[in-house]
Design a protein. Sequence first.
Length: 396
Amino acid sequence: MGISIGVVGAGQFAPSFLRLWSAHPDVSEVRLTDVIPERTAEMAAQQGIAVTHASFEEMLESDLDAVAIFTQRWLHGEMAIKALEAGKHVYSTVPMAIEADQIARIIELVKETGLTYVMGETSFYYPSSVYCRQKLAEGAFGRVFYSEGDYVHDMDLGFYAAYQYSGGDDWKKTASFPPLLYPTHAVGNVLSVTGQHATHVSAIGVKDDRGDGVFDKDVSQFNNDFSNATALFKLADGGIMRTNEMRRVGYPSHIRESRLRVFGTEGSFEQLATTTLWQNKQGVEDVSHLMETKPTGDDADLANVDPALRDAFRSGLSPVHDRSRLPKEFDGLHNGHEGSHHFLADDFVRAVADKTLPPINAWVSARYTLPGIVAHQSALQGGVQLEIPDHGDAPA
């Protein structure tokens, strides 16, 4: 008998995972709910979901084994806590939470209950991360002493439409979401390679000057006027990590929205929009072809996704991905975000069904998310260096 999963949020990200979990051999049932009943009904019909719930609370009261949270990013922490308290395993899209206390409570609940928590951080399975982990395991980097991770996504390239779709008439209040509170594609990209965690941070935010009501403190639900931000972190091994979160930038984020650079004493890796290089003291190797994720076809699942965002939802697997570990039932199904969707969907099911620790467990998720929360506080204080709390490694 497989596990049952309830998806919360019938938005732009959910369809890919509804299809994957519906096809997974170890999932017996997938259900759906959204605060807008019409969206629940429409997506359920489109995806062949037989059972829907009128609310998140009703879903938590049901006999489902797990819930998957695909709601607005500032809601994830409180919803994950409620789900764990209700005895449900949790899959959450990023970020884990926007408050440090929420993260601490999630970890406490996972320890108390033994339930599974997974944050769906896509960068863990980007070809760049997979390739660099392989190089690090081979010793080709030597000692990694400096790394950079960027999430470079201009608002004009799909984000206006995304916030309008999810936020309704008041969408400008939430479109000002502080960039550093959405840190995991940048921070996680680096830490998934190095295996380290950040201990201290100093950050600077750039105040927006577009004047269109977005990133306007008088409008913002988050009292935020930073549209771009840069953070410099000290890592536990004495190394350095820099991350950039950019929402006003002349860059083709539809081609590659996350970029990774890793520098070691023996080798280095650098990624641009269309070019990726492996370098050592002997020379340079263009490894761009290894980063390519051949696009899958378009379909009705992307009807509500702005054209500028669709490429991210159509990417397949790259030459460095190990497709042999995936269920054969996933063959031919849409992937997305540099080949990560298939692996994330399977990771969650495997962890729950097999009672194993997932790669992006609660402790790893905290290390990908907390640095951004503290970095935003640093930026608000003009770049003062702050210490980042750490919850340690996951129990054996």
